[in-house]
Design a binder for this molecule. Sequence first.
Ligand SMILES: O=C(O)c1ccccc1N[C@@H]1O[C@H](COP(=O)(O)O)[C@@H](O)[C@H]1O
Length: 219
Amino acid sequence: MQTKLKYCGNHSLQDVNNVINSRAEYIGFVFAESKRKVTADDVNNWFRSAPANHTKQIVALFVNATISEIEEVVSKVHVDIIQCHGNETPELVQEIKQRVKKTIWKVIHHQEKAWQDMKAFATYVDAFIIDSKVKGQWGGTGITFDWGHIPNYIEQGKTLQRPVFIAGGINPSNVGELLTYQPDGIDISSGIEKDGIKDKTLIKQIEERITNHDNQLSR
Ligand SMILES: O=C(O)c1ccccc1N[C@@H]1O[C@H](COP(=O)(O)O)[C@@H](O)[C@H]1O
């Protein structure tokens, strides 16, 4: 099994180039209030200057956006996946799926028994991301949650037949420990940043650890 990898919160041409040259399957952009917030025009400009033959899937991250806001972005930028990173209800997620007709990922912010919330979304979403819950922030915090709860999320994902990505504070120092839980995927924003820019060395360190782990499993 190859652990899927998403690098999120790209907000410059340098970020886009560094991530396009990585092994990640997914490149993410934040269309929500954040120091990493981007516009559709930004993303289009960066991709015009970036290598054209990349195979990354583009993830657009929203926090409690209206369907019109999502539709506006999707009408301007090539988007493969919509990531709902707020406290969107299952009903809203269903409507987004029906109207926007894209792959949908739903973030569950970790709290006691939050894995039970996954069931209500399962029909409308294609994958789950489990992120830390930090007061006053929706994500991109660089803070981990108690990984002892990861097996509950992974088991629920298996029951619902939906992949489970882990996010929140993952970096080269702790990714090895995270991999022992065997998540389907990993989503990283701040852990690959140096001075606010996605950093080639940090990306390389993360990827070496993931590749070693995946190779050991396939032996
Ligand atoms: O990255 C952001 O600025 C952001 C803003 C608002 C919502 C989500 C955001 N990022 C997502 O948060 C998780 C974890 O990020 P980190 O690795 O802990 O920095 C990840 O899914 C990012 O895509």
